[in-house]
Design a protein around this ligand. Structure first.
Ligand code: 8YV
Length: 317
């Protein structure tokens, strides 16, 4: 007699490769496709079959769901953000949590640099200018702003922040802030965020979202960045007070913002979409085929460890 397969809940769409890997190992329930009433009904009969949750860093796992699954062994995050999973609750319930560290560092840093250049040189609007034929009828574009020689401030010099700093250093001086100075890093540590914002032309956010960093970038920080300062966010929307950002952009208190992440994804405030001072991307910093494959392999390695009782490849809990 065949042993029944364990069930995994899938919390968001994944690449075909990762979805095939999940199906090869589990009975997969596409949780994000069920209405709340269907989820409740499913849980009444099947909660005890669930051994794993596969989820995105931007989606995580609701605490109520974690509590409803008595046999849950692992929440495998396809990403590095743990802000949408209550790690203390997981610890309390004996649920392990894994992420995909190191797999997406380069991609996120590459996109951060792309956003810096796009923002100051106006590449997205220049592209539209050529495509719409405006070039031939309206002549040259207004002049953009120079990237080389700028002062860069990094908020959060973890693995990703350090990769961003290394890429930006050839353009101009880099300083950073965070809970403490990072030994061995060649960049200037500035413990005071307001001072860093004041001294930076471009402030790049690469810190984790947590209780300490929630709405860290508020009106005073944006004012310190100033009308000749730009904000780039590849961290989490929650790190920025989005209303204050919109107000600062509209009042010209900062020069512009390039954002890959938002407070309430995938909903993006109209005021950001229509503002000519913004460059916007849809949380795509790790979205390359190469990196998504590496992330998927690590997610599957962690799930295999759960099924075989081996050591998790990259556990955070
Ligand atoms: C991923 C992320 O795009 O790593 C993270 O925490 O937010 C992103 O890199 C997302 O989790 C994809 O599932």
């Amino acid at each position: 007699m065949n042993t029944p397969r364990a069930t995994a809940l899938q919390m968001c769409p994944f690449s075909a490769y990762l979805e095939a890997g999940l199906l090869a190992r589990f009975d997969v329930v596409r949780w994000f496709e069920l209405a709340p009433a269907e989820q409740a009904a499913w849980l009444r009969d099947n909660a005890a079959t669930v051994r794993a949750i596969a989820t995105g860093g931007h989606v995580g796992c609701p605490s109520e769901l974690m509590k409803a699954l008595p046999q849950l062994g692992l929440i495998a995050i396809n990403g590095v953000g743990v802000d949408k999973v209550d790690l203390a609750l997981a610890r309390e319930r004996g649920v392990r949590v894994s992420t995909t560290p190191g797999t997406l560092t380069e991609d996120v840093a590459d996109l951060a640099v792309g956003l810096v250049i796009s923002l100051l040189r106006g590449i997205p609007s220049a592209d539209a200018y050529v495509r719409t034929g405006a070039w031939s009828t309206q002549g040259d574009l207004p002049l953009a702003r120079k990237v080389s020689g700028r002062h860069f401030g990094i908020v959060g010099l973890g693995q990703i922040g350090a990769a961003i700093a290394a890429r930006l250093a050839p353009f101009g001086p880099v300083a950073y802030t965070g809970p403490s100075a990072k030994p061995g890093q060649p960049y200037a540590f500035q413990p005071d965020l307001l001072a860093l914002a004041r001294d930076s032309d471009v402030l790049v956010l690469s810190c984790p979202a947590n209780a300490t960093t929630r709405q860290l970038i508020d009106a005073p920080v944006l004012e310190a960045l100033g009308p000749e300062g730009w904000l780039v966010n590849v961290a989490r929307g929650a790190v920025v007070d989005e209303d204050a950002l919109i107000a600062a952009l509209e009042a010209g208190h900062i020069a512009g913002a390039a954002l890959d992440v938002y407070e309430d994804e995938p909903r993006v405030p109209r005021a950001l979409q229509s503002n000519p001072r913004t460059v916007l991307t849809p949380h795509m910093a790790s979205a390359t085929r190469e990196t998504r494959q590496a992330m998927a392999d690590l997610v599957l390695a962690n799930l295999d460890a759960l099924l075989t009782g081996g050591a998790l490849a990259s556990a955070v809990v």
